[in-house]
Design a protein around this ligand. Structure first.
Ligand code: ATR
Length: 282
């Protein structure tokens, strides 16, 4: 007979906070890992209105949550409720991973830049940051994370270009002398001599216009990566591959950025491989 007074085993809960959230692939990804490794735990989508965000986050530990991912539009606002922020999250100015510690403190990290680099290193093992300059297209939140990780990895120079030049200038001020801004209309000229090219804009995504920057300057061997993952093959990646570039799509970054959170919450470092990609795309 079971002992009715014995405490129920605590099943760790985690989730992703955003609004809207129905499109998020994170529940599928974490659910796949939990099943794959036979771990107890649940990962749920949480659609939270802006005026409730901070209260909801403060309440989550008492509801059994061990942590959460944070996505659009709350990655910056959630910093208001965090007790401790990693240096990389401070530099990026946004938090995408929360850890609710047993001492009651809320720890905030940003794993987007980590995910970006981990994906490249897995897909193109002989790529090195020291190979040469990187061209970054776009100057939004994703660009911040990518630039921070590339500089940290040792890229000698970043050529940054954005439709709204002022946003690129602001990023240059935040990151310093290794970032050079060129005009969006001149973006195509920056490709010759680049070792790495990254599209961080939403151009090429389903429902958005294609990236129309001239691509004939791309050189064979250059690593071209697109953060867009729907579709997996954008015009940028298609043209780059045809010109002999090495290409990496955006899905892997999404998968790798989730690894540190999953490991902290559920106690096992998960693999990112073909089965993971299939589970998320299914
Ligand atoms: P995220 O946080 O995902 O980077 P964001 O902050 O909205 O999202 O940034 C989106 C990026 O895509 C920006 O660099 C944006 O350029 P602007 O700063 O000029 O807005 C870029 N982008 C979006 N639509 C674009 C378009 N039609 N042409 C060129 N760039 C575009």
């Amino acid at each position: 007979m079971s002992d009715a007074s014995a405490p129920l085993p605590r099943i760790p809960l985690a989730g992703v906070i955003g609004s809207p959230i129905a499109h998020s692939r994170s529940p599928r990804l974490h659910g796949h890992w939990l099943r794959r490794y036979g771990l107890p735990g649940h990962y749920v989508p949480l659609d939270v209105p802006a005026d409730k965000l901070l209260d909801v986050v403060r309440l989550m530990p008492s509801m059994g949550f061990v942590g959460a991912n944070v996505t659009v539009p709350y990655k910056e606002k959630v910093m208001e409720v965090v007790d401790q922020v990693t240096d990389r999250a401070t530099l990026i100015g946004a938090v995408n991973t929360l850890i609710f510690r047993s001492d009651g403190r809320i720890h905030g990290d940003n794993t987007d830049g980590y995910g970006f680099l981990a994906n490249i290193r897995q897909e193109v093992p002989d790529w090195s940051a020291a190979d040469g300059p990187a061209v970054v297209l776009g100057a939004g939140g994703a660009a911040r994370a990518v630039i921070a990780s590339l500089l940290d990895a040792g890229v000698p120079e970043i050529v940054l270009t954005n439709r709204t030049r002022l946003r690129a200038e602001t990023l240059r001020e935040a990151f310093g002398h290794r970032v050079r801004v060129v005009d969006w209309l001149q973006a195509g000229n920056a490709f010759d001599g680049a070792a790495t090219v990254v599209n961080t804009t939403s151009l090429g995504m389903v429902g958005k216009p294609e990236l129309r920057v001239p691509l004939d300057g791309l050189r064979a061997g250059t690593l071209v990566t697109d953060l867009v993952y729907a579709p997996l093959e954008t015009r940028l990646l298609r043209v780059a591959a045809a010109q002999g570039c090495r290409t990496v799509d955006g899905l892997g970054m999404l998968l790798h950025q989730a690894v540190p959170g999953f490991e902290r919450w559920f106690g096992r470092r998960p693999d990112v491989d073909a089965a993971t990609r299939e589970a998320v795309l299914a």
